[in-house]
Every structure is written in structure tokens, then in C-alpha cells.
Design a protein around this ligand. Structure first.
Ligand code: AMP
Ligand code: ZN
Ligand code: ZN
Length: 482
């Protein structure tokens, strides 16, 4: 075990000292496959990820946050706090401060200026730490006036392999090498929305993200980074199937002039006009007895969702049962049909997420591998907000108070994860010791050869020597024999 660590540290140090400029801090790469459900492994198209389970640490699923949507979950993974703390409650929220619905914007991601994503915490910690963000939701905005050193904004036309190549270039930057990169891939979520999670199209995308993982490993190997990089592969949520016979006609239940809607199915917020809340609530509550949804006043929202203690939480919240959606979904369906040229047959299925995070189909996967990660290990399921303290620990940065705990995930870490600084020192000590041995050997050989030549010459000279020479010769011989 110690020999293994020593060899690993030598590898790290040799790389850092002699081959390329690398960060002296542990290297962390976080990869998110959007909407990769925890049990997609059962589809048997993920040989690379399966082999990495054996190489690293795996958990059956992670417990994510409500709403089980992309933006709230990516931000909880990145900040270690629940949505009611970071304020990204949904893909779009009504914020009374701005008196408007916030879509993807600076304001959406800046509810609480004290909450910082891990890439900003790393960047601000200094001492040669540099972050890179590749399309990670919310990463195109500054936080506390700080940007990551490297950044690529959301652009699905950038091929996935190029995203990996660019991320590795950031780690190998000769001037400001990254020690943390967050990399986002929009599949298998995008295809599952359009074709449903059990479709052939999604199967193909799952196989594709598995191949991308293989590509990442190969590129790491080629760059000499395989033994140095700690890779965390995560997702934000799972996916369920919806069909057109499972659409709830919410807008038909209440007079649309009495409220404003925010959010997207399967969770809708209703912001009643003054005086209309009781009446809307009564109508929806009554309908929920026979239809497949629940309605909550803000004070009734389940505490376990960590959602409602926030001014952005709507006065009324309608949540569809799993497998159902509200009628705002028709607009999405039309977009899918138009964009993907899908034929709108009656039995077509779609994908949906956002439901209660206690529903199994909403849960995401987790897998980690690298020098700081235990090999062939499985840990009990943990919360996605636990990842922040884990990464802060690994990166050697102070961990601000949050909703997660390092203790829940400490089992992921290998005993005594090697640090690059220690690797530097060990490698330099070994290199200096090696150089000293070589120099000593060369000197020894040279001296020995000098004696041989001297002795030989002196011995030759003895053939025609006089008595004084004989005395000196015997003296030299006695030295040579010594
Ligand atoms: P959803 O399935 O509605 O929870 O959100 C997934 C969608 O979020 C993706 O398909 C993208 O359209 C969008 N998205 C993901 N990352 C970003 C980003 N960094 N910037 C803007 N939009 C994003
Ligand atoms: Zn997502
Ligand atoms: Zn989605």
C-alpha cells in the first residue's frame, strides 16, 4: 500500500517537475451527464462506467433536491446548499424583489450573494488554484465579482470530445493550470424529453456518454494524467415517462385572469392576484382529490423539500404525480415535434422530471475514480449537497457552512490521498539522492582508474629503475595494495 502510494506520488511528482507544468494542488474533474438516472446502468450499454465502478467508488444513487430539475440540482451540487438557500428554486421563478419571472439570468443565480459555487471558492482560495467551467449551469456569471480562470458558455454544438480536450488543456495550461474543472453534457436528458427514457434514442445517448467516458480515460492516459486526476461523474436527476393521456388541464380549473404562472411541468407556481389566493386554492384542492396532482400553500410545502423558506417560493404550488404533467406541457410537445421532427402519434411517449425527490425514478447516479478515491468500493447513498464539503476537503479550501457533511462521504476517499506538494518534495528528494549516487559512482570509477594507470606506469618504470626508484616503487605498491 505504501509502496503503491510512493510510486503514485513519484508519478505525480515526475510529471509535475519534469514533464509539464501542473497545478501543485490535487486535480479534480467533475463531469455531469444531465438526466442520467441512477438505474440506467441496468440498460447494459455502459461497459466503461461499469469497469470504473470497480476501479473507484460507486453508490447506488444520490439523493438530489426538489425540484428535480437541472438548474436547482446543478446549483445544489456546486454550492452544497438546498434550493431555499441558494434561491434557484426552478428553471424559472417569480421573484417579488424584481416583480418579474426570472429565466436564465444573472439575477436567477444571485439570490444570496454569500453562497458561492465550488469553482469560485477554489478560484478565490488562491495559492495557484485555478478553476474551469464548461457549460455548467450558472457558471457564465461572476460571483462576488470573481470568474473562473477558464470558461466555456453553454453551446450544445460543441462536440463532447472537444469539451474533454479543452478541459484537459486547462489542466495543462503552462501559466495558470487548473486544479478544478466542471464539465457539463446535456444528454441523456435532452433525448429523453423528446422520446421518453425507455426509447432507443436514449439508449444510444447512454451508450454515447459511456464512450465519452472511455475517451476521457484515453485522453488522460495520453496526457500522463490518468494517475493524477480525480474524476467525479454525477448527474442532476433521473427521468420518468409521460404520455398525452396523462396531461392535467390545470388552466381549465381556475380563471386564468386571477393568477400568474411560473415554473414548468411537473411543478407549477401560481401567484394569485391580490385577494384570489383562497379561491384558487379551494378550486385546486378540490380538483386534486380526483386528478393526479397535489396543491400546497407555501406554509404546507413539505419541509423535507427545503424549498419554501424563500421569497421566490410561490404562494401556491401545484405538483403533478409521477408520470403526469400539466397542460403547459403541450407547448413543450409542440417544440419537440417541430424541432426533432417527431410524428405526433397517439401512443408517443415523452420524458419528464422535476417530481418529488423521494421518487426513485428522479434519482441521479454517482461514480468517482482517481488517486484520492477508494478503489472497488461502494458507499451508502448520500445527499448531493454532501459533495461540496468533499470537494472542498480535496481541494484544500475552507468549507463555508452548508447543508451537507463531509462525514457522510468520507468513505469515498482513499486513505491518505496523495498531495501534489508531497509528491514534489518526495520526487525532488529521490531525484537528488539518485543524482548523488550517480556522481559518487562516477567519482569512484574515475579515482579507481587513476590508480590503475598510475600503478601500471610506475610498474613499467620499475624495469630500469635504480635503488631510489625501487624504494619509491615499493612505497607506491603498498599504497595500491591498500
Ligand atoms: P431541464 O431539463 O428543463 O431541467 O433543463 C435542461 C436544459 O437546461 C438543457 O437542455 C439546456 O437547454 C438548459 N441548460 C443546461 N445548461 C445550461 C447552461 N449552462 N446555460 C443555459 N442553459 C442550460
Ligand atoms: Zn437536468
Ligand atoms: Zn430535462
Amino acid at each position: 500500500m505504501y509502496l503503491k502510494h510512493l510510486m503514485l506520488m513519484l508519478n505525480m511528482g515526475l510529471h509535475a517537475v519534469f514533464i509539464r507544468a501542473l497545478s501543485k494542488h490535487p486535480l479534480v474533474l467533475i463531469v455531469s451527464f444531465d438526466g442520467f438516472r441512477y438505474n440506467y446502468f441496468n440498460k447494459n450499454v455502459t461497459p466503461t462506467l461499469e469497469s470504473l465502478k470497480l476501479n473507484g467508488t460507486y453508490t447506488m444513487y444520490m439523493k438530489n433536491v426538489f425540484q428535480t430539475k437541472t438548474f436547482p440540482n446543478h446549483h445544489s451540487i456546486a454550492t452544497g446548499v438546498y434550493p431555499e438557500v441558494h434561491g434557484v428554486l426552478a428553471p424559472q421563478v417569480y421573484d417579488p424583489k424584481y416583480k418579474t419571472i426570472l429565466k436564465y439570468s444573472y439575477e436567477l443565480w444571485h439570490y444570496n450573494e454569500d453562497i458561492l459555487p465550488i469553482w469560485i471558492v477554489n478560484e478565490k482560495a488562491g495559492d495557484g488554484r485555478h478553476s474551469g467551467t464548461m457549460m455548467w449551469p450558472g457558471s457564465d456569471f461572476k460571483y462576488q465579482d470573481t470568474s473562473p480562470t477558464f470558461q466555456m458558455n453553454f453551446n450544445v454544438s460543441v462536440p463532447w470530445e472537444r469539451r474533454v480536450d479543452t478541459a484537459l488543456e486547462w489542466f495543462l495550461d503552462p501559466v495558470t493550470p487548473a486544479n478544478l474543472v466542471m464539465l457539463y453534457v446535456e444528454e441523456p436528458d435532452a433525448s429523453a424529453h423528446v422520446f421518453g427514457p425507455e426509447s432507443q434514442q436514449v439508449l444510444k445517448q447512454i451508450a454515447k456518454v459511456d464512450s465519452l467516458t472511455g475517451y476521457l480515460r484515453e485522453r488522460l492516459r495520453a496526457a500522463g494524467l490518468l494517475g493524477l486526476m480525480n474524476v467525479f461523474q454525477v448527474s442532476d436527476h433521473g427521468m420518468d415517462t409521460v404520455s398525452l393521456d396523462r396531461i392535467i388541464n390545470l388552466t381549465g380549473l381556475v380563471d386564468s385572469s386571477t393568477y400568474e404562472l411560473d415554473g414548468v411541468s411537473p411543478v407549477l407556481g401560481l401567484i394569485p392576484v391580490p385577494g384570489a389566493e383562497d379561491q384558487i386554492y379551494a378550486a385546486l384542492k378540490n380538483a386534486s382529490l380526483r386528478e393526479h396532482f397535489e396543491v400546497y400553500r407555501r406554509a404546507e410545502v413539505p419541509e423535507r423539500w427545503h424549498f419554501a423558506r424563500n421569497r421566490r417560493a410561490p404562494p401556491l404550488l401545484a405538483v403533478a404525480d409521477e408520470g403526469y404533467a400539466f397542460d403547459d406541457f403541450f407547448a413543450s410537445r409542440d417544440r419537440y415535434i417541430h424541432h426533432y421532427n417527431v410524428s405526433p402519434s397517439a401512443n408517443v411517449t415523452f420524458g419528464m422530471h422535476g417530481y418529488d425527490n423521494s421518487q426513485l425514478d428522479m434519482l441521479p447516479f454517482f461514480l468517482a475514480w482517481g488517486p484520492a478515491v477508494r478503489r472497488g468500493h461502494t458507499v451508502p447513498p448520500f445527499d448531493t449537497v454532501d459533495l461540496f464539503p468533499l470537494w472542498a476537503h480535496l481541494l484544500g479550501v475552507a468549507c463555508p457552512p452548508g447543508n451537507g457533511s463531509l462525514e457522510h462521504v468520507r468513505g469515498i476517499l482513499a486513505a491518505g490521498p496523495p498531495s501534489l506538494l508531497a509528491a514534489y518534495i518526495i520526487t525532488l528528494v529521490v531525484a537528488v539522492a539518485f543524482a548523488a549516487v550517480v556522481v559518487a559512482f562516477v567519482l569512484y570509477r574515475r579515482n579507481k582508474q587513476g590508480f590503475m594507470v598510475l600503478s601500471y606506469r610506475k610498474m613499467g618504470d620499475l624495469a630500469d629503475a635504480g635503488p631510489e626508484d625501487m624504494i619509491e616503487g615499493q612505497h607506491l605498491l603498498s599504497i595500491a595494495e591498500d
